[in-house]
Design a protein around this ligand. Structure first.
Ligand SMILES: Nc1ncnc2c1ncn2[C@@H]1O[C@H](COP(=O)(O)OP(=O)(O)OP(=O)(O)O)[C@@H](O)[C@H]1O
Ligand SMILES: [Mg+2]
Length: 264
């Protein structure tokens, strides 16, 4: 069962960046999540949340073209991602940038080279322009001057920023993060939250974040879906702060109140 409270910062458009319709995700006969229905509007910071192992990352994989749903649809700007031909699917996915858990930078390449490699793969830019764009993207995440550093030479928080710069390389309309603050100290986590909000403002991007970090959820989230490991489906959608304080569902309130039981 799902509830739909008022949404704060979203704006409606004819073709929302992402619509998930009646989606089921499974590994063989093992159903991870079923009957998922939610809409991600332009300008949202949309949180996919739920307890450990409930299927957050698996759901994100369906949205970024990595794992086909066993039922249902993912519409990217009204085009069905998994019904499209391979070439059309790749075109749709060009609109998406992904920051994986722990960043996933190539350790043998400098920060600049990491970004240049992405540009080489997805654009026709000549090498000098690739360098210039890489520097620009690094500046955008507060890493100007670090282009020649290797990932091992910078802190975990900076590595995560560099991964964001790489995801920004192709000017994505939608930016995905899987557990952006995993393994970071609280200050680096908060800085990353600020960066996410800055990017939303400056680029007008739509942002999708998989996380169970409550501090982050309440700071950056404008809308969300809550996945339950028990019912194996969504138990709420809406603004996280609103859900924390107003949800009719005790499991939702409990999750959003650090596991404390709250009065109905
Ligand atoms: N490649 C796979 N093959 C089979 N089962 C998998 C695979 N990947 C994940 N699972 C199972 O699917 C379920 C959901 O996993 P998933 O990683 O999506 O959850 P999650 O909510 O992202 O977890 P976490 O909070 O630990 O990141 C888990 O039971 C997991 O063991
Ligand atoms: Mg996960």
């Amino acid at each position: 069962m799902s509830e739909t409270p008022p949404q704060e910062s979203t704006q409606s458009s004819d073709n929302p960046p992402i619509v998930v319709e009646d989606m089921t995700m499974a590994y063989g006969s093992f159903v991870v999540q079923k009957n998922l229905n939610f809409t991600i509007e332009k300008g949202d910071v949309f949180i996919i949340m739920g307890g450990s192992g409930c299927g957050k990352s698996t759901v994100m994989k369906a949205l970024i073209g990595m794992q086909k749903p066993s039922a249902g649809k993912v519409l990217l700007q009204n085009e069905s991602l998994w019904d499209a031909e391979e070439h059309a699917r790749q075109q749709l996915l060009q609109r998406c940038g992904v920051v994986f858990q722990h960043g996933g930078l190539w350790s043998s390449l400098t920060l600049s080279e990491n970004i240049e490699l992405t540009l080489e793969e997805f654009t026709d830019l000549p090498p000098n322009d690739r360098k210039a764009v890489a520097n620009l993207k690094l500046a955008l995440v507060g890493l100007a001057g670090f282009d020649k550093f290797y990932p091992s030479e910078i802190s975990g928080g900076m590595q995560r920023r560099a991964a964001v710069a790489r995801a920004l390389a192709v000017d994505p309309e939608i930016l995905f993060f899987d557990e952006p603050s995993a393994g970071l100290d609280p200050i680096s986590s908060r800085n990353l939250d600020e960066l996410i909000l800055e990017l939303k403002e400056s680029l007008g991007a739509t942002i999708v974040v998989v996380t169970h970090e409550l501090a982050s959820i309440f700071t950056i989230g404008s809308n969300s879906v809550v996945l339950s490991p028990d019912t194996k489906t969504q138990i709420a959608t809406g603004n996280p702060v609103w859900l924390r304080d107003n949800s009719d569902n005790p499991a939702v309130r409990e999750f959003l109140n650090r596991g404390e039981k709250t009065a109905a």
